[in-house]
Design a protein around this ligand. Structure first.
Ligand code: AIR
Ligand code: ASP
Length: 276
């Protein structure tokens, strides 16, 4: 029986808070409704976003774990809390793209919505102070952000993840335009970390092309909350109905001092991505 006690705050980011637990190798990610864009120059709140991103990430990490992608995810503990392996995050943001949008449209002059034949991977230096500049493999080597072997693994995983998520979203009527991934080290190997949500993916309705992601907030398109709820309905709602959602309908195994702890081992531990 694993009973995890929530301890002090380790780190507060723009959209999440990371808490320690009584187990040194485990952390709890708490998902906030706070939204930022353009390196936090723009700030706001997207009501219910934390719940959507937490539950959706739980569903997608569970799916990826079954498809030989090791992830930090262990269990969905509550609407806003996720139990995870504690990673030493690699300071690289890996972007995978299937359709031209955002900074790729700006960089190349290609129109948003132009399909890309082979997925395009990009690397960015995860640095708020520098505004996350794009970097290449040689910068990764120079800055010692990751070893060449780690970088090869990251690229291979990013393509594998795209190969799983793209058809999955397609079945939900969503076009996976592009997305951002973060990886980290734990127990002598690499794992996918962070979250996979409308904050980190561009998702367009397949039929109408409507943007159902954070671009609605970034670009003041309106209907922000509605877009997040629509993605939730298609991904988490259907996953729960199909019995593929992790943590849904299951008692949380987190406990805070003074709060009765539910029984039960953290689901997925020992089975999630330990054998890539
Ligand atoms: N992204 C990049 N930094 C933070 C995030 N969330 C994601 C965006 C988009 C993809 O990376 O959400 O899905 C590419 O972003 P951009 O701005 O480079 O076009
Ligand atoms: N949240 C990030 C920022 O504040 C990037 C983004 O999603 O636009 O810069």
């Amino acid at each position: 029986m694993t009973q995890v006690q929530k301890r002090g705050k380790i780190y507060e980011g723009k959209a999440k808070i990371v808490y320690a637990t009584d187990k040194p190798g485990l952390i709890i990610q708490y998902f906030k409704d706070d939204a930022t864009a353009f390196n936090a120059l723009k700030r706001g709140t997207i009501v219910g976003k934390g719940v959507v991103n937490n539950r959706m990430s739980g569903v997608l990490f569970t799916l990826l774990g079954k498809k030989r992608v090791p992830t930090h995810f262990l269990d969905t503990l509550s609407d806003r809390e996720m139990l995870c392996r504690r990673l030493d995050i690699i300071k690289i943001e890996t972007i995978a793209r299937n359709v031209v949008a955002g900074s790729l449209a700006k960089r190349t002059g290609l129109e948003e919505g132009t399909p890309i034949r082979e997925p395009v991977l990009e690397l960015y230096y995860k640095s708020d102070a520098l505004g996350d500049p794009m970097i290449n493999d040689e910068h990764v080597r120079m800055l010692k952000l990751a070893t060449p072997e780690e970088l090869r693994w990251i690229r291979r995983m990013a393509l594998r993840i795209n190969g799983v998520l793209r058809p999955y979203f397609r079945r939900k009527g969503l076009l996976l335009v592009d997305f951002k991934l973060e990886f980290g080290r734990h127990a002598g190997r690499l794992w996918l970390g962070d979250e996979i949500s409308p904050d980190t993916c561009r998702l367009w309705d397949v039929k109408t092309g409507e943007r159902l992601d954070k671009d609605r907030f970034r670009r003041d398109l309106g209907g922000v909350e509605e877009a997040y709820q629509e993605v939730f309905r298609r991904v988490v709602g259907r996953a729960a109905a199909e019995g593929e959602a992790s943590g849904s309908g299951k008692k949380a195994s987190v406990s805070e001092p003074g709060r009765a702890a539910a029984e039960g081992e953290a689901s997925g531990s020992g089975s999630q991505g330990l054998t890539p």
